[in-house]
Design a protein around this ligand. Structure first.
Ligand SMILES: C[S@@+](CC[C@H](N)C(=O)[O-])C[C@H]1O[C@@H](n2cnc3c(N)ncnc32)[C@H](O)[C@@H]1O
Length: 251
């Protein structure tokens, strides 16, 4: 397992300890509000990207399943798959859902190797990720974008949260850049941090992954990127259109 993934895998760690460790210091009583805020941000920035009731949805990096729970409430999907690289995280998510009495018929979890998403091409209406891609080494993250594009249905949407370079001034006070570099050079287990820019996401998604349509917005030092494979823009008016592959390029 890659050392950046191994930091999430600790079969001996208690649910309470994981709950404190992985949610950016947000107290336990606010974790549902935090999760709803992510889903609401996708809904506010890209309302037309949300699937209709009964959709097949996937979260990349599902942690303890709080955002999956919020997605079920907001989207009424048939399934939300929580895809994660950590078996112990998935076990703790199941424990957490049982502890909190959450109805789980629409929730499913799947372990994978961080490289190949174990689902067929064109099988999901909506794939989202929050507070996860910033911890994935960049080559794995770019590869993940290819994989997300592969499993998305043609008219489905991927809504993805990245951390912007504009967070660096605050972030570096807690995590000096030199330490971050050495951790990655030495392949040390730990929370790796990876940053993105608006321009990078546009170029990588349009010319590397070759998605059909993309929009990227920066807000609160996060980047919110949305894409779909289909080039037809039949879901929003032109004022919301940021970028389309093919003859029309980035604006
Ligand atoms: C900081 S937690 C966030 C969990 C959840 N998204 C939330 O915000 O409540 C990061 C999660 O991503 C998972 N993860 C790390 N690398 C991953 C990868 N390459 N693919 C999928 N999940 C990954 C970790 O195991 C962990 O569950």
């Amino acid at each position: 397992m890659h050392p950046a993934f191994a930091t999430w895998e600790d079969p001996a760690e208690s649910l309470e300890s994981v709950e404190n460790r992985i949610h950016d210091g947000v107290p336990k009583e606010r974790l549902r509000t935090r999760a709803q805020a992510y889903v609401n941000t996708f809904a506010r920035l890209f309302p037309w990207s949300l699937p209709g009731p009964g959709g097949r949805v996937m979260e990349i990096g599902s942690g303890l399943g709080y955002i999956m729970e919020a997605a079920v409430q907001k989207l009424n999907p048939s399934t939300v798959v929580g895809l994660d690289v950590s078996a112990s995280m998935i076990e703790n998510a199941k424990r957490r859902l049982a502890r909190d009495g959450v109805e789980t018929t629409a929730l499913d979890f799947r372990l994978y190797d961080g490289v190949e998403i174990p689902y067929e091409d064109n099988s999901f209406d909506f794939v989202y990720s929050a507070a996860t891609i910033q911890h994935i080494p960049k080559a794995y993250a770019y590869n993940l974008l290819f994989e997300i594009a592969r499993v998305l249905k043609r008219a489905g949407f991927a809504d993805l949260h990245f951390v912007s370079h504009s967070l660096l001034p605050d972030h570096l006070r807690l995590f000096p850049l030199k330490q971050e570099c050495l951790r990655q050079i030495r392949n040390e287990v730990g929370h790796w941090h990876v940053f993105y820019s608006h321009e990078e996401l546009l170029y990588v998604l349009l010319f590397g992954i070759e998605v059909g349509w993309i929009s990227v917005q920066e807000e609160n030092r996060s980047l919110w990127a949305i894409f779909r494979k289909d080039r037809e823009v039949d879901f929003c008016n032109e004022t919301t259109l940021t970028c389309q592959a093919g003859p029309l390029r980035c604006s």
